[in-house]
Design a protein around this ligand. Structure first.
Ligand code: ZN
Length: 867
């Protein structure tokens, strides 16, 4: 067989078998003592892998000490915690962090290099990919590995699980799909430049079956516009505003909401000028009411979808945000119409339960409608902070209900329960800098307690502090629910995808690209080229998430259409590097805006982690320093005040607690398998998945390069790890091969190829894995070393093939058919040059018919029988 080298499977080539072989050090497996066996596959206790987006380890400690996160406190005390949690991927953003936890590999291998990135060689330089796109991950996840080895998996709001390819068989609920945008109707001017339905309230007419109103009832029409008309037509609701108290006072206090059926026979009705609502007939029948609200009340409203989702359920939440006694101010809010993304491909509890009308529909119709923190209406002045927080916390409560349904009602008994949420991330984004007085170096934060940036303190530090705290306390409650459902014998690991830093400035990456002279205009969107320019004049574009940006050169013969010739590649990169390296904040000349600027090839050395993906990592990578970050920059302005107040994507090891900065993720491990009350140094995000696999008694995930955290385990002293590094069909492939490092197959793509493998590339990796090994390691070759080799080896009678295997540090090699390409004697004559023995168990000579002993290393026979 010819060597097959594909980038994405290179760790299979180098089979890093982190087999937790259970031996006393260097004793054979047969001598293992029963108590030394950590986990037999059948007896393994279930594992809960719980992650909360952006959850900071120092916040967990603070809240635990304060007694407001009792579950996290108990787990920390009874188990093992990472010293300041764990080191996350580079850059520590959501798309990279969750994938790194799930796969046990760094982004260079799993391929989710940021939330948004470009894949060189894509069919259009203007395209981009998301870290959550289906099939984007190029490494196996712990959930996929668990199912491969026969384990039962449940995943609820574990980010990225819905986009796995292959999908999971077990129940998965991962985020939701929206069919409309959130919307607000008010009868007064909001402090916003955003669109909303500004109306005047009219006297209510034509209503039936509605409560008596003790002041003249008022009405309006509320429109929920669609972002997907075919699936979710525009929906209209009639609002009936009334005064329910018979107290001789004008005090409007209630709102009835009734669906209004759109009809073709719509005729104009008296409608306030400012109202954009359509004029159509409605039932105005209180019997049809879907909501009856007092101020502050929420109501879940279900709707039925159309088109390809015909008959399926989605829903939204209504809140009456405000209603003055005299109705002079009235504001109602509708969240986006949404439906949870849910699959249960392997279900057998009911007919069609795997179909969209089965499990997914039960989730959509039988539980609260999908929702979660929605930053847009908050940042645009459409809703207040309390409404934002209430909506976000709803998502946490809903996840708890879903867990109850799957584990209690459907009685799924997972071996691996993945559960999580995002509210700790979302509230930190919105509020962290508003409660933080100082930036790095003790500089004053101009946005401390000043969301409007008007120099007036808001007096809301306590409230906003409580908001962030609530995200941790509710997440703690969800964790408790998950633990209770899974049972007392479960092993629990709690982690997160990144930490957080307060920020208050947006840096306009697109403008900097224009100033660098690599694009003719400022691009209007992230990861885009400017509108209305010839793409062949765009030398590079920027794809930013949080504080980190990948910058891609539009390279001729690599990208379409291509604008930079290969000989100009370094010069263009240098232009970009110079522009970012020299970037300063004119208003704060002493502040550090840019933390690091890397050329693509520098990232590994800079961080000691495999962060470079050959076709997805930018040609230049820029990391900003707090309080600067790339999101929501004002067009045309180099640096502008941010509309939100926390960010991630800074350097993964950035910790500056005086400035309330900590980019580390959380790590807590507790349960029967773990030690009590230990603090573990140097935990890495890539260690979580291999440790999870170990707890379940399974190998994997297949491409994982992290370590099993033996030092966290109660039985650590009885365990010893044997690392097997294995290569197969090497055939003296000293020179690199080329191949696609990406799995995409866009029709017009250039099919970008990269140099893959080669002896000079592989040896440092073999040395790396030997150094990483937490015990003895063996380097093995599975088969063909000589025979069918390139001229570089063949011309010299394959002596070079043997020498390379010696250089690799080969401990033993099995014999393949090509070893006899010339004849038996050729092979036997070559073997004394090998520093390693050759192994065989099924080779017979001629017609003798019995397996041969092979003294092929010039020393002792190493295999004699077919055993
Ligand atoms: Zn995140």
């Amino acid at each position: 067989m010819r060597p097959v080298v594909r980038y994405k499977n290179w760790t299979l080539l180098v089979v890093l078998s982190i087999l937790a072989v259970i031996l006393g050090p260097l004793v054979s497996a047969q001598e293992a003592t029963p108590e030394a066996t950590p986990v037999s596959e059948e007896d393994a206790a279930p594992v809960l892998l719980f992650a909360s987006d952006g959850m900071r380890p120092d916040f967990v400690s603070q809240y635990s000490e304060a007694g407001v996160t009792p579950t996290l406190a108990e787990l920390s005390e009874a188990g093992v915690v990472g010293d300041n949690g764990l080191l996350q991927a580079f850059p520590p953003n959501t798309g990279t962090g969750w994938a790194t936890l799930s796969t046990g590999t760094w982004p260079g291998a799993h391929g989710s290099v940021n939330n948004t990135f470009y894949r060189t060689g894509d069919e259009d330089f203007n395209n981009s990919s998301s870290g959550f796109d289906t099939g984007v991950l190029q490494s196996q996840t712990i959930a996929q590995a668990a199912e491969q080895y026969g384990k039962s998996v449940v995943s609820v709001q574990w980010t990225g699980t819905g986009g796995l390819d292959p999908q999971l068989d077990g129940p998965v609920i991962d985020y939701w799909t929206s069919y409309s945008f959130s919307t607000v109707l008010a009868n007064y001017g909001l402090n916003t430049e955003s669109e909303y339905q500004q109306v005047t309230l009219a006297e209510a007419t034509g209503w039936s079956n509605v409560p008596e109103s003790y002041s003249p009832a008022l009405e309006q029409r509320f429109t929920i516009a669609s972002n997907d008309e075919a699936t979710n037509p525009e929906r209209l609701f009639d609002l009936y505003i009334h005064d329910s108290t018979d107290d001789q006072a004008v005090n409007y206090d209630r709102l009835l909401v009734v669906p209004a059926e759109a009809t073709d026979a719509a005729t104009p009705v008296a409608s306030p000028e400012a109202s954009p609502v359509a004029a159509v007939a409605g039932s105005k029948d209180g019997v049809d009411a879907v909501a009856d609200l007092a101020v502050g009340d929420w109501q879940d409203v279900k709707v039925t979808l159309a088109g390809e989702m015909d008959g399926l359920t989605a829903g939204f939440h209504l809140k009456l945000i405000g209603l003055a006694d005299d109705a002079s101010t009235f504001r109602i809010y509708a969240t986006a119409i949404a439906r949870h993304n849910a699959t249960y491909n392997g279900c057998d509890y009911a007919d069609s339960c795997a179909e969209p009308g089965g499990f997914a529909e039960e989730i959509a119709s039988g539980f609260p409608s999908a929702t979660g923190s929605d930053f847009f209406p908050l940042e645009h002045g459409l809703i207040d902070e309390e409404t934002y927080v209430e909506q976000g916390l709803m998502s946490v409560a809903i996840t708890g209900q879903h867990l109850g349904y799957i584990l209690d009602d459907l009685r799924v008994e997972p071996d691996l329960l993945l559960a999580g949420g995002a509210v700790t991330d979302e509230f930190s984004h919105q509020f962290l800098a508003l409660i933080t007085e100082n930036g790095p170096g003790g500089t004053a934060n101009p946005r401390f307690d000043d969301v409007e940036n008007d120099g007036e303190l808001d007096g809301r530090v306590e409230k906003r502090t409580a908001f962030i705290e609530s995200s941790y306390t509710e997440t703690d409650a969800l964790l408790a629910t998950a633990m209770e459902k899974l049972g007392e014998d479960a092993n629990v690991m709690v982690t997160s995808d990144h930490g957080f830093a307060p920020q208050w400035f947006s840096v306009n990456g697109a403008l900097i690209m224009q100033q660098a002279g690599v694009t003719p205009a400022e691009a209007g969107g992230n990861c885009r080229i400017p509108d209305d320019v010839d793409p062949a004049t765009v030398q590079a574009k920027i794809c930013a998430t949080g504080a980190s940006a990948n910058i891609y050169v539009n390279l001729i013969d690599r990208d379409l259409p291509g604008a930079v010739a290969e000989e100009d590649y370094d010069a263009v990169r240098q232009q970009i590097v110079d522009e970012f390296t020299n970037l300063t904040d004119p208003d704060n000349p002493d502040a550090t805006v840019v933390a690091e600027v890397f050329l693509k090839e520098e990232i590994n050395d800079a961080l000691g982690v495999n962060a470079v993906h050959p076709s997805r990592t930018g040609d230049v990578v820029v990391i900003l320093a707090p309080p600067y970050q790339f999101d929501s920059a004002a067009p045309g302005e180099l640096i502008s005040p941010s509309s939100f107040f926390g960010q991630h994507g800074y350097m993964p090891d950035l910790v500056d607690l005086d400035a309330n900065i900590n980019m580390h993720g959380t790590f807590i491990a507790s349960g029967p398998a773990f030690l009590e009350g230990e603090t573990l140094p140097d935990v890495r995000a890539i260690d979580v998945a291999p440790t999870t696999a170990f707890l379940m008694g399974i190998p994997g995930p297949a491409n994982a390069s992290g370590s099993i955290l033996y030092d966290a385990l109660a039985e650590a002293e009885s365990l010893s790890e044997l690392t097997i590094i294995s290569i197969s069909d090497y055939h003296a492939q000293f020179a690199p091969l080329s191949g696609s490092p990406d799995s995409f197959d866009d029709e017009n793509a250039l099919g970008v190829s990269a140099q893959l493998g080669g002896a000079a590339y592989l040896l440092p990796w073999f040395d790396h894995f030997r150094a990483e090994a937490q015990g003895p390691s063996l380097f093995l070759s599975a088969n063909d070393i000589i025979g069918a080799t390139p001229p570089l080896s063949a011309f010299f009678d394959d002596m070079p093939a043997i020498e390379i295997m010696n250089a690799f540090g080969t401990d033993a090699a099995a014999i393949g058919n090509h070893h006899f390409d010339v004849d038996y004697q050729w092979f036997i004559d070559l073997m004394p040059q090998a520093d390693y023995p050759s192994l065989a168990a099924n080779i017979v000579l001629g017609d003798e018919g019995t397996p041969i002993a092979l003294p092929v290393d010039g020393a002792t026979p190493v295999a004699e029988t077919g055993a």
